[in-house]
Design a protein. Structure first.
Lengths: 129, 379
Protein backbone atom coordinates (compact mmCIF):
# COMPACT_ATOMS: atom_id res chain seq x y z
CA UNK A 1 0.00 0.00 0.00
CA UNK A 2 1.43 3.38 -0.96
CA UNK A 3 1.31 6.17 1.56
CA UNK A 4 0.30 9.48 0.00
CA UNK A 5 2.20 12.49 1.32
CA UNK A 6 1.68 16.26 1.09
CA UNK A 7 4.57 18.62 1.89
CA UNK A 8 3.87 22.07 3.29
CA UNK A 9 6.85 24.40 3.76
CA UNK A 10 7.41 27.98 2.67
CA UNK A 11 10.96 27.31 1.49
CA UNK A 12 11.06 25.82 -2.02
CA UNK A 13 14.44 24.19 -1.36
CA UNK A 14 13.09 22.37 1.68
CA UNK A 15 10.08 21.19 -0.32
CA UNK A 16 12.21 19.97 -3.20
CA UNK A 17 14.62 18.20 -0.85
CA UNK A 18 11.82 16.49 1.08
CA UNK A 19 10.03 15.63 -2.15
CA UNK A 20 13.22 13.98 -3.39
CA UNK A 21 13.77 12.04 -0.18
CA UNK A 22 10.16 10.91 0.11
CA UNK A 23 10.07 10.10 -3.59
CA UNK A 24 12.97 7.64 -3.36
CA UNK A 25 11.04 5.45 -0.94
CA UNK A 26 9.07 2.82 -2.83
CA UNK A 27 5.96 2.92 -0.68
CA UNK A 28 5.72 6.72 -0.35
CA UNK A 29 4.45 9.10 -2.97
CA UNK A 30 4.20 12.89 -2.89
CA UNK A 31 0.77 13.97 -4.03
CA UNK A 32 1.04 17.69 -3.41
CA UNK A 33 2.99 20.67 -2.08
CA UNK A 34 1.98 23.84 -0.31
CA UNK A 35 3.92 27.03 0.40
CA UNK A 36 1.54 28.56 2.93
CA UNK A 37 -0.75 27.35 5.68
CA UNK A 38 -3.85 28.24 3.66
CA UNK A 39 -2.59 26.32 0.65
CA UNK A 40 -1.84 23.39 2.91
CA UNK A 41 -5.36 23.30 4.37
CA UNK A 42 -6.91 23.67 0.94
CA UNK A 43 -4.63 21.00 -0.63
CA UNK A 44 -5.08 18.50 2.20
CA UNK A 45 -8.87 18.81 2.20
CA UNK A 46 -8.91 18.38 -1.57
CA UNK A 47 -6.30 15.63 -1.98
CA UNK A 48 -6.86 13.83 1.32
CA UNK A 49 -3.28 12.54 1.65
CA UNK A 50 -2.44 9.97 4.35
CA UNK A 51 0.32 12.13 5.82
CA UNK A 52 1.09 15.85 5.70
CA UNK A 53 4.54 17.19 6.54
CA UNK A 54 3.77 20.60 7.97
CA UNK A 55 6.24 23.42 8.64
CA UNK A 56 5.39 25.64 11.59
CA UNK A 57 6.45 29.06 10.36
CA UNK A 58 4.62 29.74 7.14
CA UNK A 59 3.02 32.89 5.74
CA UNK A 60 -0.76 33.53 5.86
CA UNK A 61 -1.39 30.76 8.37
CA UNK A 62 1.16 28.95 10.50
CA UNK A 63 1.41 25.19 10.63
CA UNK A 64 -0.20 24.88 14.04
CA UNK A 65 -3.26 26.94 13.04
CA UNK A 66 -3.51 24.97 9.82
CA UNK A 67 -3.48 21.73 11.82
CA UNK A 68 -6.20 23.13 14.09
CA UNK A 69 -8.41 23.81 11.10
CA UNK A 70 -7.84 20.33 9.71
CA UNK A 71 -8.69 18.76 13.06
CA UNK A 72 -11.80 20.92 13.32
CA UNK A 73 -12.81 19.83 9.83
CA UNK A 74 -12.54 16.19 10.92
CA UNK A 75 -9.82 15.45 8.39
CA UNK A 76 -8.27 11.97 8.59
CA UNK A 77 -4.85 13.12 7.36
CA UNK A 78 -2.08 12.60 9.91
CA UNK A 79 -0.08 15.79 10.38
CA UNK A 80 3.63 15.55 11.11
CA UNK A 81 5.05 18.88 12.20
CA UNK A 82 8.39 19.84 10.67
CA UNK A 83 10.57 21.87 12.99
CA UNK A 84 14.14 23.06 13.20
CA UNK A 85 14.36 22.81 16.95
CA UNK A 86 12.22 20.69 19.20
CA UNK A 87 11.03 23.63 21.25
CA UNK A 88 8.50 22.78 23.93
CA UNK A 89 6.17 25.66 23.08
CA UNK A 90 5.76 24.31 19.57
CA UNK A 91 5.48 20.69 20.65
CA UNK A 92 2.57 21.29 23.01
CA UNK A 93 0.88 23.78 20.71
CA UNK A 94 1.02 21.40 17.79
CA UNK A 95 -0.09 18.33 19.75
CA UNK A 96 -3.01 20.30 21.20
CA UNK A 97 -3.90 21.32 17.66
CA UNK A 98 -4.12 17.67 16.69
CA UNK A 99 -0.73 16.86 15.16
CA UNK A 100 0.33 13.21 15.22
CA UNK A 101 4.03 13.74 15.63
CA UNK A 102 7.15 15.70 14.90
CA UNK A 103 9.88 15.53 12.37
CA UNK A 104 13.02 17.53 13.07
CA UNK A 105 14.51 19.09 10.00
CA UNK A 106 17.83 17.42 10.69
CA UNK A 107 16.25 14.39 9.07
CA UNK A 108 18.30 11.27 8.48
CA UNK A 109 17.54 8.88 5.77
CA UNK A 110 16.75 6.13 8.25
CA UNK A 111 14.13 8.14 10.09
CA UNK A 112 12.71 9.37 6.84
CA UNK A 113 11.92 6.11 5.13
CA UNK A 114 9.04 3.96 6.31
CA UNK A 115 11.08 0.77 5.94
CA UNK A 116 12.68 1.75 9.18
CA UNK A 117 10.58 1.21 12.25
CA UNK A 118 11.57 4.66 13.50
CA UNK A 119 8.75 6.50 11.76
CA UNK A 120 5.93 5.28 13.94
CA UNK A 121 3.27 7.84 13.02
CA UNK A 122 3.28 6.65 9.45
CA UNK A 123 3.10 2.96 10.27
CA UNK A 124 0.42 3.55 12.82
CA UNK A 125 -1.58 5.70 10.49
CA UNK A 126 -1.32 3.29 7.55
CA UNK A 127 -2.39 0.41 9.72
CA UNK A 128 -5.40 2.32 10.94
CA UNK A 129 -6.52 3.23 7.48
CA UNK B 1 52.19 50.95 35.96
CA UNK B 2 51.21 50.85 39.59
CA UNK B 3 54.01 53.19 40.58
CA UNK B 4 53.07 55.71 37.88
CA UNK B 5 49.41 55.99 38.77
CA UNK B 6 48.50 56.37 42.41
CA UNK B 7 45.05 56.87 43.79
CA UNK B 8 44.40 59.71 46.25
CA UNK B 9 45.55 58.70 49.72
CA UNK B 10 41.98 58.68 51.03
CA UNK B 11 41.04 55.88 48.62
CA UNK B 12 44.11 53.77 49.26
CA UNK B 13 43.38 53.39 52.97
CA UNK B 14 41.80 50.15 54.13
CA UNK B 15 39.65 49.63 57.24
CA UNK B 16 42.74 48.82 59.31
CA UNK B 17 44.43 52.05 58.32
CA UNK B 18 41.34 53.99 59.29
CA UNK B 19 41.22 52.25 62.65
CA UNK B 20 44.86 53.19 63.24
CA UNK B 21 44.23 56.81 62.26
CA UNK B 22 41.09 57.01 64.37
CA UNK B 23 43.03 55.48 67.24
CA UNK B 24 45.79 58.10 66.96
CA UNK B 25 43.29 60.96 66.86
CA UNK B 26 41.43 59.44 69.80
CA UNK B 27 44.66 59.10 71.80
CA UNK B 28 45.51 62.76 71.19
CA UNK B 29 41.97 63.72 72.13
CA UNK B 30 42.13 61.62 75.28
CA UNK B 31 45.43 63.11 76.47
CA UNK B 32 44.26 66.62 75.65
CA UNK B 33 40.85 66.40 77.36
CA UNK B 34 42.28 64.67 80.38
CA UNK B 35 44.95 67.36 80.58
CA UNK B 36 42.56 70.31 80.55
CA UNK B 37 39.48 68.72 82.14
CA UNK B 38 39.84 65.29 83.72
CA UNK B 39 43.00 66.04 85.66
CA UNK B 40 41.20 68.72 87.65
CA UNK B 41 38.64 66.27 88.97
CA UNK B 42 38.88 65.23 92.57
CA UNK B 43 37.87 61.62 91.86
CA UNK B 44 40.83 60.65 89.69
CA UNK B 45 39.71 57.06 89.09
CA UNK B 46 36.34 58.17 87.78
CA UNK B 47 37.93 60.90 85.64
CA UNK B 48 40.34 58.44 84.05
CA UNK B 49 37.61 55.88 83.45
CA UNK B 50 35.29 58.49 81.91
CA UNK B 51 38.02 59.91 79.69
CA UNK B 52 39.06 56.47 78.48
CA UNK B 53 35.45 55.54 77.78
CA UNK B 54 34.71 58.79 75.92
CA UNK B 55 37.94 58.45 73.97
CA UNK B 56 37.35 54.84 73.01
CA UNK B 57 34.04 55.73 71.33
CA UNK B 58 35.93 57.68 68.65
CA UNK B 59 37.53 54.72 66.84
CA UNK B 60 34.43 52.62 67.60
CA UNK B 61 31.99 55.02 65.91
CA UNK B 62 32.97 54.11 62.36
CA UNK B 63 31.94 50.47 62.81
CA UNK B 64 29.50 50.52 65.75
CA UNK B 65 28.02 54.01 65.88
CA UNK B 66 25.08 53.20 68.18
CA UNK B 67 27.34 51.55 70.73
CA UNK B 68 29.72 54.51 70.53
CA UNK B 69 26.88 56.98 71.04
CA UNK B 70 25.68 55.02 74.07
CA UNK B 71 29.18 55.10 75.58
CA UNK B 72 29.57 58.83 75.00
CA UNK B 73 26.10 59.47 76.39
CA UNK B 74 26.93 57.50 79.54
CA UNK B 75 29.92 59.75 80.15
CA UNK B 76 27.79 62.81 79.47
CA UNK B 77 25.37 61.68 82.13
CA UNK B 78 28.18 62.03 84.67
CA UNK B 79 27.63 65.79 84.31
CA UNK B 80 25.57 66.01 87.50
CA UNK B 81 28.76 64.98 89.34
CA UNK B 82 30.81 67.56 87.49
CA UNK B 83 30.06 69.63 84.35
CA UNK B 84 33.52 68.71 83.05
CA UNK B 85 32.24 65.26 82.12
CA UNK B 86 29.80 66.92 79.75
CA UNK B 87 32.66 68.74 78.07
CA UNK B 88 34.70 65.55 77.85
CA UNK B 89 31.80 63.70 76.20
CA UNK B 90 30.52 66.43 73.89
CA UNK B 91 32.77 65.80 70.87
CA UNK B 92 32.54 61.97 71.09
CA UNK B 93 28.75 62.18 71.40
CA UNK B 94 28.36 64.61 68.49
CA UNK B 95 30.69 62.54 66.32
CA UNK B 96 28.97 59.22 67.08
CA UNK B 97 25.52 60.77 66.46
CA UNK B 98 26.86 61.90 63.08
CA UNK B 99 27.95 58.33 62.42
CA UNK B 100 24.60 56.89 63.59
CA UNK B 101 22.63 59.15 61.25
CA UNK B 102 25.03 58.44 58.40
CA UNK B 103 24.84 54.70 58.92
CA UNK B 104 21.31 53.83 60.12
CA UNK B 105 17.79 54.42 58.91
CA UNK B 106 15.62 56.97 60.73
CA UNK B 107 13.94 54.33 62.91
CA UNK B 108 17.30 53.88 64.63
CA UNK B 109 18.87 57.28 64.04
CA UNK B 110 15.97 59.41 65.30
CA UNK B 111 15.66 57.70 68.72
CA UNK B 112 19.44 57.87 68.99
CA UNK B 113 19.27 61.64 68.51
CA UNK B 114 16.46 61.82 71.10
CA UNK B 115 18.54 59.89 73.60
CA UNK B 116 21.56 62.02 72.77
CA UNK B 117 19.61 65.21 73.45
CA UNK B 118 18.87 64.07 77.01
CA UNK B 119 22.55 64.83 77.53
CA UNK B 120 21.72 68.53 77.40
CA UNK B 121 19.38 68.01 80.33
CA UNK B 122 22.06 66.05 82.17
CA UNK B 123 24.30 69.08 81.75
CA UNK B 124 21.91 71.19 83.83
CA UNK B 125 21.60 68.76 86.70
CA UNK B 126 21.54 68.48 89.62
CA UNK B 127 20.57 72.10 90.33
CA UNK B 128 19.46 73.42 86.94
CA UNK B 129 22.33 75.88 87.18
CA UNK B 130 23.57 75.79 83.62
CA UNK B 131 20.29 76.12 81.76
CA UNK B 132 22.06 78.32 79.23
CA UNK B 133 24.06 75.28 78.07
CA UNK B 134 21.02 73.43 76.79
CA UNK B 135 20.72 75.37 73.56
CA UNK B 136 24.34 75.34 72.33
CA UNK B 137 24.87 71.70 73.37
CA UNK B 138 21.62 70.67 71.68
CA UNK B 139 22.56 72.71 68.63
CA UNK B 140 25.93 70.99 68.26
CA UNK B 141 24.36 67.53 68.57
CA UNK B 142 21.53 68.28 66.12
CA UNK B 143 23.90 69.76 63.54
CA UNK B 144 26.20 66.74 63.74
CA UNK B 145 23.26 64.37 63.39
CA UNK B 146 21.80 66.36 60.48
CA UNK B 147 25.07 66.31 58.57
CA UNK B 148 25.16 62.52 58.94
CA UNK B 149 21.54 62.31 57.81
CA UNK B 150 22.26 64.40 54.73
CA UNK B 151 25.32 62.34 53.82
CA UNK B 152 23.21 59.20 54.10
CA UNK B 153 20.39 60.61 51.93
CA UNK B 154 22.90 61.67 49.34
CA UNK B 155 24.38 58.19 49.23
CA UNK B 156 20.98 56.45 49.14
CA UNK B 157 19.84 58.67 46.30
CA UNK B 158 22.91 57.80 44.26
CA UNK B 159 22.47 54.11 44.96
CA UNK B 160 18.78 54.20 44.02
CA UNK B 161 19.58 55.80 40.70
CA UNK B 162 22.28 53.24 40.01
CA UNK B 163 19.96 50.38 40.92
CA UNK B 164 17.16 51.73 38.78
CA UNK B 165 19.49 52.12 35.86
CA UNK B 166 20.84 48.61 36.40
CA UNK B 167 17.31 47.26 36.19
CA UNK B 168 16.52 49.18 33.04
CA UNK B 169 19.79 47.98 31.61
CA UNK B 170 18.96 44.38 32.33
CA UNK B 171 15.67 44.75 30.53
CA UNK B 172 17.38 46.33 27.56
CA UNK B 173 20.02 43.60 27.48
CA UNK B 174 17.28 40.96 27.60
CA UNK B 175 15.51 42.57 24.66
CA UNK B 176 18.75 42.76 22.77
CA UNK B 177 19.47 39.09 23.46
CA UNK B 178 15.99 38.12 22.30
CA UNK B 179 16.47 40.03 19.07
CA UNK B 180 19.85 38.42 18.42
CA UNK B 181 18.43 34.99 19.26
CA UNK B 182 15.59 35.54 16.80
CA UNK B 183 17.97 36.54 14.03
CA UNK B 184 20.23 33.59 14.78
CA UNK B 185 17.23 31.29 14.72
CA UNK B 186 16.22 32.63 11.33
CA UNK B 187 19.64 32.08 9.87
CA UNK B 188 19.85 28.57 11.27
CA UNK B 189 16.24 27.67 10.57
CA UNK B 190 16.35 28.82 6.99
CA UNK B 191 19.89 28.07 5.96
CA UNK B 192 20.82 25.01 7.94
CA UNK B 193 17.57 23.14 7.43
CA UNK B 194 17.76 23.61 3.68
CA UNK B 195 21.36 22.40 3.73
CA UNK B 196 20.50 19.37 5.84
CA UNK B 197 17.47 18.34 3.84
CA UNK B 198 19.17 18.85 0.49
CA UNK B 199 22.28 17.02 1.63
CA UNK B 200 20.19 14.09 2.83
CA UNK B 201 18.49 14.01 -0.56
CA UNK B 202 21.78 14.32 -2.49
CA UNK B 203 23.30 11.43 -0.56
CA UNK B 204 20.23 9.36 -1.27
CA UNK B 205 20.33 9.84 -5.05
CA UNK B 206 24.02 10.45 -5.71
CA UNK B 207 24.42 7.08 -7.53
CA UNK B 208 21.02 6.68 -9.11
CA UNK B 209 20.38 10.25 -10.21
CA UNK B 210 23.68 12.19 -10.27
CA UNK B 211 22.10 15.20 -12.00
CA UNK B 212 19.57 15.60 -9.19
CA UNK B 213 22.34 15.18 -6.64
CA UNK B 214 24.33 17.91 -8.39
CA UNK B 215 21.31 20.23 -8.26
CA UNK B 216 20.98 19.55 -4.55
CA UNK B 217 24.69 20.28 -4.03
CA UNK B 218 24.31 23.54 -5.94
CA UNK B 219 21.42 24.48 -3.68
CA UNK B 220 23.54 23.61 -0.65
CA UNK B 221 26.39 25.78 -1.93
CA UNK B 222 24.16 28.79 -2.57
CA UNK B 223 22.36 28.45 0.74
CA UNK B 224 25.66 28.00 2.57
CA UNK B 225 27.01 31.20 1.07
CA UNK B 226 23.89 33.14 1.96
CA UNK B 227 23.94 31.83 5.50
CA UNK B 228 27.60 32.78 5.88
CA UNK B 229 26.84 36.31 4.71
CA UNK B 230 23.94 36.47 7.18
CA UNK B 231 26.12 35.21 10.01
CA UNK B 232 28.81 37.73 9.14
CA UNK B 233 26.22 40.49 9.31
CA UNK B 234 24.95 39.20 12.65
CA UNK B 235 28.45 38.99 14.08
CA UNK B 236 29.35 42.49 12.93
CA UNK B 237 26.14 43.67 14.53
CA UNK B 238 27.17 42.01 17.78
CA UNK B 239 30.53 43.71 17.58
CA UNK B 240 29.08 47.04 16.49
CA UNK B 241 30.47 50.11 18.17
CA UNK B 242 33.43 48.31 19.68
CA UNK B 243 35.78 48.93 16.81
CA UNK B 244 37.56 46.09 15.11
CA UNK B 245 41.29 46.02 15.61
CA UNK B 246 43.46 44.52 12.92
CA UNK B 247 43.65 40.81 13.40
CA UNK B 248 47.40 40.65 13.94
CA UNK B 249 47.26 43.27 16.68
CA UNK B 250 47.07 41.81 20.18
CA UNK B 251 43.79 42.51 21.95
CA UNK B 252 44.08 45.47 24.30
CA UNK B 253 44.07 44.82 28.04
CA UNK B 254 44.17 46.81 31.26
CA UNK B 255 47.90 47.44 30.72
CA UNK B 256 46.91 49.62 27.77
CA UNK B 257 44.78 51.97 29.86
CA UNK B 258 47.52 54.67 30.13
CA UNK B 259 47.61 54.77 26.32
CA UNK B 260 43.81 54.99 26.26
CA UNK B 261 44.03 57.85 28.78
CA UNK B 262 46.52 59.63 26.50
CA UNK B 263 44.30 59.18 23.47
CA UNK B 264 41.31 60.46 25.39
CA UNK B 265 43.38 63.53 26.37
CA UNK B 266 43.92 64.18 22.67
CA UNK B 267 40.13 64.12 22.31
CA UNK B 268 39.94 66.90 24.88
CA UNK B 269 39.24 65.02 28.10
CA UNK B 270 42.05 64.75 30.63
CA UNK B 271 41.92 61.40 32.40
CA UNK B 272 43.24 60.70 35.89
CA UNK B 273 43.95 57.01 36.04
CA UNK B 274 44.55 55.27 39.31
CA UNK B 275 45.18 51.61 39.93
CA UNK B 276 44.70 50.13 43.36
CA UNK B 277 45.55 46.73 44.70
CA UNK B 278 47.78 44.08 43.27
CA UNK B 279 47.10 43.59 39.57
CA UNK B 280 47.13 39.88 38.92
CA UNK B 281 46.53 38.72 35.35
CA UNK B 282 42.85 38.17 34.54
CA UNK B 283 43.03 36.26 31.31
CA UNK B 284 42.80 37.84 27.86
CA UNK B 285 39.00 37.71 27.48
CA UNK B 286 38.28 39.43 30.77
CA UNK B 287 41.12 41.92 30.27
CA UNK B 288 39.74 42.86 26.87
CA UNK B 289 36.22 43.28 28.24
CA UNK B 290 37.49 45.43 31.10
CA UNK B 291 39.44 47.59 28.66
CA UNK B 292 36.46 47.96 26.34
CA UNK B 293 34.14 48.94 29.18
CA UNK B 294 36.50 51.73 30.22
CA UNK B 295 36.92 52.74 26.59
CA UNK B 296 33.18 52.88 26.03
CA UNK B 297 32.62 54.87 29.22
CA UNK B 298 35.33 57.38 28.27
CA UNK B 299 33.85 57.68 24.79
CA UNK B 300 30.57 58.62 26.44
CA UNK B 301 32.36 61.24 28.53
CA UNK B 302 33.91 62.75 25.39
CA UNK B 303 30.63 62.65 23.49
CA UNK B 304 28.08 63.60 26.08
CA UNK B 305 29.54 64.95 29.32
CA UNK B 306 30.69 68.36 28.12
CA UNK B 307 33.64 68.30 30.51
CA UNK B 308 37.40 68.22 30.12
CA UNK B 309 38.17 65.88 32.96
CA UNK B 310 37.35 62.31 33.98
CA UNK B 311 38.63 59.93 36.60
CA UNK B 312 39.23 56.23 36.00
CA UNK B 313 39.84 53.94 38.94
CA UNK B 314 40.84 50.31 38.58
CA UNK B 315 40.61 48.48 41.84
CA UNK B 316 42.04 44.97 41.98
CA UNK B 317 40.23 43.17 44.75
CA UNK B 318 40.99 39.58 45.70
CA UNK B 319 37.70 38.42 44.21
CA UNK B 320 36.99 40.98 41.50
CA UNK B 321 38.15 43.92 39.48
CA UNK B 322 36.15 47.10 39.93
CA UNK B 323 36.30 49.75 37.22
CA UNK B 324 34.95 53.23 37.96
CA UNK B 325 34.72 55.98 35.39
CA UNK B 326 33.52 59.25 36.87
CA UNK B 327 33.13 62.69 35.35
CA UNK B 328 31.83 65.97 36.73
CA UNK B 329 30.13 66.94 33.50
CA UNK B 330 26.56 67.22 32.44
CA UNK B 331 25.38 63.93 33.91
CA UNK B 332 22.21 63.63 31.96
CA UNK B 333 19.75 60.92 31.30
CA UNK B 334 21.25 57.51 30.79
CA UNK B 335 18.43 56.46 28.52
CA UNK B 336 19.81 58.65 25.79
CA UNK B 337 23.09 56.77 25.92
CA UNK B 338 21.53 53.35 26.11
CA UNK B 339 23.44 51.76 23.33
CA UNK B 340 26.91 52.05 24.77
CA UNK B 341 25.74 51.01 28.22
CA UNK B 342 23.95 47.98 26.83
CA UNK B 343 27.18 46.92 25.17
CA UNK B 344 29.11 47.38 28.41
CA UNK B 345 26.54 45.32 30.31
CA UNK B 346 26.69 42.49 27.84
CA UNK B 347 30.47 42.46 27.98
CA UNK B 348 30.38 42.37 31.77
CA UNK B 349 27.62 39.76 31.82
CA UNK B 350 29.77 37.44 29.69
CA UNK B 351 32.05 37.12 32.73
CA UNK B 352 29.33 37.21 35.37
CA UNK B 353 29.95 40.88 36.07
CA UNK B 354 27.67 43.87 36.44
CA UNK B 355 27.69 47.47 35.27
CA UNK B 356 26.02 50.26 37.21
CA UNK B 357 25.69 53.61 35.51
CA UNK B 358 23.83 56.81 36.16
CA UNK B 359 23.99 60.51 36.80
CA UNK B 360 25.23 61.55 40.22
CA UNK B 361 22.99 63.69 42.42
CA UNK B 362 25.41 66.60 42.43
CA UNK B 363 26.09 66.51 38.70
CA UNK B 364 28.35 64.34 36.66
CA UNK B 365 28.03 60.74 35.63
CA UNK B 366 29.41 57.49 36.98
CA UNK B 367 29.92 54.11 35.38
CA UNK B 368 30.95 51.35 37.73
CA UNK B 369 31.72 47.84 36.50
CA UNK B 370 32.46 44.87 38.72
CA UNK B 371 34.04 41.87 37.03
CA UNK B 372 34.51 38.80 39.23
CA UNK B 373 37.99 37.35 39.10
CA UNK B 374 37.98 33.87 37.57
CA UNK B 375 38.71 31.18 40.14
CA UNK B 376 41.78 29.81 38.35
CA UNK B 377 43.22 33.18 37.40
CA UNK B 378 42.41 32.84 33.72
CA UNK B 379 39.37 33.24 31.56
Amino acid sequence: MTIRVLIADDQPLIRSGLRGIVGTAADLTVVGEAATGLQAVEGILRLEPDVALMDIRMPELDGIRATERLTAAGCATRVLILTTFDLDEYVYGALRAGASGFLLKDVRRTTCTPRSASWPPVTRCSRQM
Amino acid sequence: MRSEYRAPLRLRLGPRHWLLLDGLVAALFGVFTFGILGAREANEALAITATVLATSTLPLARQRPVMAAAGALAVFWLSPISPRYGWIALVPLAYSLYRVAERHRSAVAAPALGAGLTATVAGTLPSFEHLGGVVPFGFVLIVAWTIGFAVRQHRLHGEAILRQEAQRGEERAAQERTRIARELHDVVAHGMSVITVQAAYARLVVRTEPAQAADALAAIETTGRQSLAELRRLLSMLRAGNGSPAEDEPAPSLIDLPRLAENTAHAGVRVDLSVQGESLPLGPGLELSAYRIVQEALTNVVKHAGTDHARVTVEHRPDAVVLDVVDRGRGGDVRQEGYGLTGMRERAALYGGTVLAGPMPDGGFKVSATLPRPADGTS
